[in-house]
Design a protein around this ligand. Structure first.
Ligand code: DAH
Length: 358
C-alpha cells in the first residue's frame, strides 16, 4: 500500500511541469508544503509495520530530496531567464541598428594642436589672452603710432559701452579721451601681456581667435585664428628666428618644402618679414590660390622692435627677441587642400566628417 503510494508520487514528481511561476508554486504547495503529498506520506509512516519502517522512511527521504532538487533547479532556471528577459517583449530585435554617430575633431583644432606640439618640442609653452582688448595691448604698446594708417589696415571692431564706450563723457582734453575697447585684431596682444607680466627669458606660443571687419568670402573672414610666438633673451638674433621657422615648417609640411622670408613691415618688429612656403595646392606650379606665384604666405615675423620692449619695461640694450604670427586657417587650408575659408565656420557635417574621429 505504502510502496504503491511512493511509486505513484515518484512518477508524478518526475513528470511534473515546472515551466512557469504558476507551475513552480503549484509544485511547491502540492509536494513540498507542510500539507503537501510528501508530508502526508510521512504522516502515514506510523501505520507502516515496524520492520519496514526504516526502509520506507529512507525511500520517503530520498523522494523528498529528489523533489526539492527538481524544484530548486527549475526555480534557478526561471530566475536566470527573468534576468535576460527583454524589457519590452514587443520590441523587434531584428530591426537594423541606428548607427552611433561619433563626432570628429574640427580641422582648426587639429592644426592648432599640431602647431602647439611642434613648438612645445623646442620649449615654447602656451599663453592666452582676452579676445576683448584695450587699445594699449592691440596697438599702442605694439608701436602703432596714434592716427597711423597701420591702425586702419586692421579693420577693427570696436566695442561700445562700459569702460570702452565710444563716446567720451566729460573728458576735456583730446589726449585723455578714453579709447574704446575692441575685439583683438591679432594675437600680438598676448605678446604684450606676456612681456609685461612674465620673468625673462620669455618663450611662449599664443593661440587665439582674432577679429577684423572684413566681408566674408572664400579668402577672407571677420573671425579667424592665429598662433603667435615670442622669444626674448640676451643675444637673440634673426638667425635664431629663421631656424625656428625652418624647423616649424619642416615639422609640419615635411623636409621638401621651400621657405622664403620676404621683407615686410610691422610696427612692432624691425626688421620684419613675411613667411612664404611652396604652394601645396599646385606644388609651386602656380594656381589661383597662390595667385600663380607658386608661393603662399603663412604668417609674419621679425625682431621685436626695441620700442615694444621698452613699452613692456624690458631693457632693449640687454635683451632682444623675435616674434611671429601665423594664421591657423591658412595652414589648415594648405594641409587639407581646403579652398574656401567659409567651410570652417559653416558646420556642414559633410565637411566636418572628413576629419579625424574623436
Ligand atoms: N600680428 C600680425 C598680423 O596679424 C602678424 C605678425 C607679424 C605677428 C609679425 C608677429 C610678428 O608677432 O612679429 O598680421
Amino acid at each position: 500500500m505504502m510502496q504503491e503510494s511512493i511509486a505513484a508520487l515518484t512518477a508524478e514528481i518526475t513528470k511534473a511541469e515546472l515551466n512557469n511561476p504558476a507551475e513552480l508554486d503549484a509544485f511547491r504547495i502540492n509536494y513540498l508544503g507542510r500539507k503537501g503529498r510528501l508530508a502526508d506520506l510521512f504522516d502515514q509512516l506510523k501505520t507502516v509495520p515496524a520492520e519496514e519502517k526504516r526502509a520506507v522512511g529512507q525511500q520517503l527521504n530520498a523522494l523528498k530530496q529528489q523533489a526539492q532538487a527538481r524544484f530548486d533547479e527549475a526555480q534557478q532556471a526561471a530566475e536566470a531567464a527573468a534576468d535576460n528577459a527583454p524589457a519590452n517583449p514587443d520590441f523587434d530585435y531584428t530591426l537594423p541598428v541606428v548607427p552611433h554617430a561619433l563626432g570628429t575633431r574640427h580641422p582648426l583644432s587639429l592644426v592648432r594642436e599640431e602647431m602647439l606640439r611642434v613648438f612645445a618640442r623646442i620649449g615654447f609653452a602656451v599663453a592666452e589672452g582676452p579676445e576683448i582688448e584695450d587699445d594699449w595691448h592691440n596697438f599702442t604698446a605694439l608701436n602703432f603710432p596714434e592716427n597711423h594708417p597701420a591702425r586702419d589696415m586692421q579693420d577693427t571692431f570696436f566695442v561700445a559701452g562700459e569702460g570702452g564706450g565710444m563716446v567720451s563723457s566729460g573728458v576735456t582734453s583730446e589726449s585723455e579721451t578714453p579709447k574704446p575697447h575692441l575685439l583683438r585684431t591679432h594675437t600680438s596682444t598676448v605678446q604684450v601681456r606676456v612681456m609685461e607680466t612674465e620673468p625673462l627669458p620669455i618663450r611662449r606660443v599664443m593661440p587665439g581667435r582674432v577679429f577684423r571687419n572684413e566681408a566674408i568670402s572664400a579668402r577672407a573672414h571677420m573671425m579667424f585664428h592665429q598662433v603667435e610666438g615670442i622669444f626674448i633673451d640676451e643675444g637673440v638674433s634673426f638667425a635664431d628666428l629663421k631656424q625656428t621657422v625652418y624647423y616649424f615648417v619642416q615639422e609640419l609640411f615635411g623636409q621638401d618644402i621651400n621657405i622664403r622670408f620676404r621683407p615686410s613691415f610691422f610696427p612692432f618688429t624691425e626688421p620684419s618679414a613675411e613667411i612664404d612656403i611652396t604652394c601645396l595646392i599646385c606644388k609651386g606650379a602656380g594656381c589661383n590660390i597662390c595667385k600663380y606665384s607658386g608661393w603662399v604666405e603663412i604668417g609674419g615675423c621679425g625682431m621685436v622692435d626695441p620700442a615694444v620692449l621698452e613699452n613692456a619695461k624690458i631693457d632693449p640694450e640687454k635683451y632682444s627677441g623675435y616674434a611671429w604670427g601665423m594664421g591657423i586657417e591658412r595652414i589648415a587650408m594648405l594641409k587639407y587642400q581646403i579652398k574656401d575659408l567659409r567651410l570652417f565656420t559653416e558646420n556642414d557635417l559633410r565637411f566636418l566628417r572628413q576629419f579625424e574621429a574623436l
